[in-house]
Design a protein around this ligand. Structure first.
Ligand code: FE2
Ligand code: FE2
Length: 421
């Protein structure tokens, strides 16, 4: 009986079972595959019976007990139930990279993803276990709907999450608010209107991703984490736009029925990729051009800085949306058709909305004019027309980058909502 080969041996001194012995025995068993044998040296008389009882309860086999120089030598064969051995995570060492800005070492989420890649399919019975943890069998199934890597998790997401966390800014402190002075009343009213419109649209960009976070399997946690940063960005954008509207007496403008109907239709898709396509590729993509326009024609440094900072954040949201859609399209031929259908369905529900909401049309014209003097307004109108062309061209480019043909991109851009988002 003494010649059973033990893969691992541990010495538990005179520890009794209830006095710490298991803290040595359990991790040692964890290192063994099912059927592996552990030798336990013990001088505790009490452990003699307790250890074999514990093995029976935990479904390990207590195979023999012998005397070795006056001490007990237990042999335990690891049972088939219990936590699977899996990959030994402690073999992973994350690289430390020097941060170019601070010179300090940093550990990136992109390196975490490289060390523990997304599985092609996630298992609902692993619940909220972090990817890489060894999961004890017997846990409940969670109702996660998004369990396929190619539909939810583009490989760029960890890098985008790193960028997002290092680029957070403060709407109270990081805007040169001291620069804001009361403007000509027509211009101040235009600013209030533009900021009202931006804030209303940003609210949809805050709420729509929130509908999907709890559906994402934690094996793709970086996607949920990225969406959380996107929501924090949108919260800051709403805050900063409303602060600017009120900073110099302009106050809030009109919320139009066109905007309201357009934004409501963003809540229709139950599919994450469709929602991300409509919101981020088409809507937030179009907002990049709008924010560039606001920055170019801003009447003060504070407004310009608000537009610049929010555009940098938006570019990241658009990047994620395009990466998500491109990755999904590259693995699913039928998805082109479904995304086109989503755009057509939305266009059909908005078919009677012929043009850009009048309050925002007028405000963007006055903003680019710089005043309400007729010759200036003529120039502002030209610039506004050029903005609509830029938006159309930008959408086509992004649609092609996402994986559509130039003809498809042209048709989809033509169907885009007159509300921009
Ligand atoms: Fe935003
Ligand atoms: Fe956004």
């Amino acid at each position: 009986m003494t010649d059973t080969p033990a893969a691992i041996a541990v010495d538990t001194g005179d520890l009794p079972l209830g006095g710490g012995l298991l803290a040595i025995v359990r991790p040692a068993l964890d290192r063994l595959a099912h059927g592996g044998v552990l030798a336990v040296l013990s001088s505790s008389r009490a452990a003699r019976d307790d250890l074999s009882t514990w093995c029976r309860i935990e479904r390990h086999e207590h195979s023999c007990l012998t005397d070795e120089n006056g001490r007990d030598r237990h042999l335990i064969t690891r049972g088939a139930l219990g936590v699977p051995r899996g990959v030994r995570e402690h073999d992973v060492t994350l690289p430390q990279r020097v941060d170019p800005l601070t010179g300090r070492p940093r550990i990136t989420s992109a390196d975490v993803l490289a060390a523990a890649p997304f599985p092609a399919r996630a298992d609902r019975s692993t619940g909220l276990a972090p990817r890489g943890a060894r999961v004890e069998p017997g846990g409940p199934e969670y109702p996660f709907a998004l369990v396929e890597r190619d539909r939810v998790a583009p490989p760029e997401v960890a890098q985008l999450f790193d960028q997002a966390t290092s680029s957070q800014w403060d709407a109270s402190r990081d805007i040169p608010w001291g620069d804001v002075r009361p403007l000509h009343p027509a211009l101040e009213a235009a600013i209030g209107q533009v900021m009202t419109f931006l804030a209303e649209n940003e609210l949809s960009a805050l709420y729509v991703p929130s509908r999907f976070i709890a559906r994402i399997h934690p094996a793709y946690a970086e996607v949920a984490m990225f969406l959380a940063t996107q929501m924090a960005d949108e919260a800051r954008h709403i805050d900063v736009f409303l602060k600017r509207a009120r900073a110099a007496g302009g106050g809030l403008g009109v919320s139009s029925a066109t905007s309201s109907r357009s934004l409501l239709s963003l809540f229709d898709p139950e599919d994450f990729t469709e929602a991300s396509f409509l919101l981020s590729v088409l809507g937030e993509g179009t907002f990049l051009d709008l924010l560039r326009y606001v920055e170019e024609h801003a009447p003060d440094a504070a407004t310009a800085e608000i537009a610049r900072r929010t555009r940098v954040d938006e570019a990241r949201h658009v990047h994620f949306g395009v990466a998500h859609v491109r990755h999904a399209l590259s693995t699913d031929e039928a998805l082109h058709r479904r995304l086109e259908d989503a755009v057509r369905r939305r266009a059909a529900t908005l078919h009677d909305l012929a043009s850009v909401p009048a309050p925002i049309h007028d405000a963007l014209t006055v903003l680019a004019a710089g005043s309400d003097e007729p010759r200036a307004i003529a120039r502002g109108h030209e610039r506004y027309r050029a903005l609509l062309d830029d938006m159309h061209e930008g959408r086509i480019k992004r649609l092609i980058t996402a994986g559509f043909s130039p003809e498809q991109a042209q048709a989809l851009s033509d169907l885009h909502t007159p509300n921009f988002m």
